[in-house]
Design a protein around this ligand. Sequence first.
Ligand SMILES: [Zn+2]
Length: 437
Amino acid sequence: MTTTIRNATVLPCTPEMPVIAGGHVSVDGARIASVGPGPGPEADEVIDADGDVVMPGMVNPHAHLPMTLFRGLGEDVDDRLFRYVLPLERRFVTPAMVRIGTTLAALEMIRGGVTCAADMYYFEAEVGRVLDAAGLRGVVGQTLADFDPPDHASMDEGFALTAALADEFAGHDRIVASIAPHAPYSTDIPVMARVADWAAARPEVRVQIHLAEMTSEMEWADRTHGCRPVAVVDRAGLLIPGLIAAHCLYLSEAEIARLAEADVRVAHNARSNAKAGRGIAPVAALRAAGVPVGIATDGPMSGNTLDLFAQFAPVSMFQKLLGRSRGPMPAVDVIAMATREGAEVLGLSDRIGTLEPDRSADLIRIGLGAPRLHPVYDIYATLVFAAMPDDVTDTMVAGRWLMRDRQVLSVEPKKALRDAGQIAASFRAEMARIDAG
Ligand SMILES: [Zn+2]
């Protein structure tokens, strides 16, 4: 099967970030065959894009997908984590709950043009299976933590779950297994060192961690190890090439240089960090040092959305605030981070993140019909400051259409919403019980 999309505003997101007006993208099977100006080759299916944007599917390098089911729960309750969320997780996080939450997440991502996400949660094989069935791409991270998580009572059990996950998805085209020590303070040096050894024997498995996210984490590192979190991870031997570090808010210049030297990648969660009042990650400094930084949503409990468009303005504005100038983080860089650089963060840039021959055909079409998108002087500024997920009309992953003309083809929307509503009803009942004391 071959497809040619022509008469498009093609954004290949290659390093020069060109804009190809009246261009084409042609797809042969699961791969991109050609990209460039003009109408391109004839094909089994020819689509006239009528000037719409065609660009790589976007990459979200840090999320907790099943937590869609917690979206907006206890939003204004100061101690909601301990009052509601942890008790609900202990009681209700099961493979079935993870399936339902991830299905809702898959639906949201397909509709918002996000074709690849890195996840960190529990019963992670279920996350991989749901993303696979939905046709999406994912890096699925089995969380390891010492706070009595729902799916492992000991680290031995956690490592066994991760080994089974890696076996299940070994050689899979779209689903990559990952091991996710939750954070320095919830694993500590012996577990992180064990992860480093384990990952060295399984080079295809990605490693994810929350790092330098909270002041309480800084205090823990100082109290327990007399240093800062980056140094704790370094002592454990876990600052390894390809490590996906989420957040990285509190970094010194020396730590930024160390992350660059170690070939660590960063997932930036501007909106969720701001909502928690935590701070602004030094994204411009990280990127200047050569550290790839992707744009992430974090979980829908802390960030409310899996929509990357909602992240774009904060990502740009926060760096401008830090730099007290319009200069930092131009719109074109934001789109580069959401595509090519996000793929680099996940170690997938040989497959996705750009529209180039032989890359996987993971692409989206963004309609420009909405008045708020006009006129267009700089298409990148339009996408960063005015576009919304509903502007995405079509989503393709590995040559398969997951959405055509806003109709999602690989997830059943009504069932996804109904199932999520049923879980929410059980959460509500438990919250009422908690409130009644
Ligand atoms: Zn997180």
